[in-house]
Design a binder for this molecule. Structure first.
Ligand code: UT7
Length: 403
């Protein structure tokens, strides 16, 4: 990614390379409250997808006992029928690499990492790439099992080679998976970096932070994990180039001016430690429950998502008519209908499984794409226009050619 520092640098073309190869068709604009980055084709192919969801189900009917709500209201206003939640006492089988390198199969409590591990293994199996050949693991999440990051332990559990693989978490709420694949692509794109294969996860368990007293938000969220394997396809200039496939164009935005509309803030309990003198008050850690202004987030999404998709399509040089599938962050079916309508894309092209998972935040795009690929709906060579949006506020789009 190329970062341009200030308007002078933008106008003069002066650049600084931040952490990955410079790409000539990347534009970055910075202003005090809004950040944006966009670009065209990157030589990277998505070749595997996987997903996992917890075994425990909460239906709308179940929620009728919790709140003054109804299955009819939730379905009509959101499109959601049921969602999966982590209850942490279910078990999953996980194969870990032991210290001497042998594999150990153990039953562990179901948590976000076990979902991520299952999704990652499915994606690797589809890709045909071995975990030991993965150079980069990014886990997009806002609700990790470990505040310090879940990506390294997921990478270890699936058998990545720690001597060559870097793993880290990325937080961009419901835009996280899209931001994650665009970030990974910066490392895989072009030559000189050496990274060949990346695994990007989107995994969230937002019911951990949902206010179950708030009927406006608690009906929306569920948990899940999805994973995608991306492979560098080398230099476009080569005759056997894979340039037809992969990320054809992208755009990313954020605007902290809207951060209050959807947030989950740190809130610690004061605790005095008896240092010499009067002592110091520190804070024991926790977070407040999530708060959301649903109407504001709704109007932000329906305003910005068509625009950012248009921006990414232009970067890709693709017309709306050439889009085979529209895949949006699964937040509300009415948002999907409005965006599709504004772009002139028929609903038959909209991929959704929102009705059975609810809003799974960073997991929602790979969770829906996995189902669409495995059922044969998305085929090799299909063009998928993807967009994510959510807290930050953040939003972004990527045009993928599958295969
Ligand atoms: O991942 C990204 C984050 N989030 C989103 O994308 C969420 C975006 N926002 C939305 O999806 C919608 O705004 C909601 C689904 C959250 C709410 O739907 P809405 O159509 O915007 O409802 P509203 O806030 O305008 O409320 C309409 C009425 C209100 O009653 P009054 O004041 O008209 O009497 C609410 O109190 O619906 C009421 N209401 C409910 N009624 C039954 C709100 N939640 C519920 C509920 N059951 N669960």
């Amino acid at each position: 990614m190329k970062f341009l520092l200030g308007s002078f640098a933008l106008l003069s073309g002066t650049t600084t390379t931040a952490f990955s190869p410079v790409q000539s068709n990347t534009n970055v604009i910075r202003s005090p409250s809004q950040l944006a980055a966009s670009g065209g084709k990157m030589s990277v192919r998505p070749i595997g997808i996987g997903s996992a969801a917890p075994s425990t189900l909460i239906t709308n009917i179940d929620l009728e006992s919790v709140h003054d709500t109804s299955d009819e209201w939730i379905q009509t206003r959101t499109g959601i029928s049921e969602r999966r939640v982590l209850v942490h006492d279910g078990t999953r089988s996980v194969i870990h690499a032991s210290a001497d390198g042998t594999k150990v199969d153990s039953e562990v409590n179901e948590n976000l990492r076990t979902l991520g591990i299952e999704a990652a293994k499915d994606a690797l199996a589809m890709s045909g790439i071995s975990a030991s050949d993965i150079d980069l693991v990014i886990c997009a999440t806002s609700s990790p099992d470990d505040l310090f990051g879940d990506a390294p332990s997921i990478a270890h559990a699936i058998g990545c080679d720690s001597s060559k693989c870097a793993a880290f978490d990325l937080t961009a709420a419901c835009s996280g998976f899209l931001f994650g694949i665009i970030t990974a692509a910066q490392f895989l794109n072009g030559q000189g970096n050496g990274a060949k294969n990346a695994l990007v996860l989107g995994a969230d368990a937002l019911t951990r932070w949902v206010d179950w007293e708030d009927r406006n938000s608690c009906i929306l969220f569920g948990e899940g994990a999805g994973a995608m394997v991306l492979k560098s396809s080398g230099d476009f200039a080569e005759p056997d180039s894979d340039e037809e496939y992969g990320i054809l164009g992208y755009a990313m935005h954020s605007n902290g001016g809207g951060y209050m509309d959807l947030k989950c803030n740190y809130r610690g309990e004061p605790k005095k430690i008896s240092t010499p003198g009067e002592g110091i008050v520190v804070h024991d850690g926790s977070y407040d429950m999530m708060t959301m202004n649903g109407r504001k987030v709704y109007s932000f999404a329906t305003r910005e998502v068509p625009t950012v998709l248009d921006e990414a399509l232009k970067q890709a040089g693709i017309s709306v008519e050439e889009v085979d599938h529209l895949l949006l962050h699964q937040a509300n079916i009415r948002i999907m209908e409005t965006v599709a309508n504004r772009l002139g894309i028929p609903m038959e092209k909209v991929i959704t499984n929102l009705y059975k998972y609810g809003n799974t935040s960073a997991a929602s795009i790979p969770l829906a794409l996995d189902e669409a690929v495995r059922t044969g709906r998305v085929k090799k060579g299909d063009v998928i226009a993807c967009a994510g949006f959510g807290a930050g506020l953040s939003w972004g789009a990527a045009i993928l050619k599958w295969g």
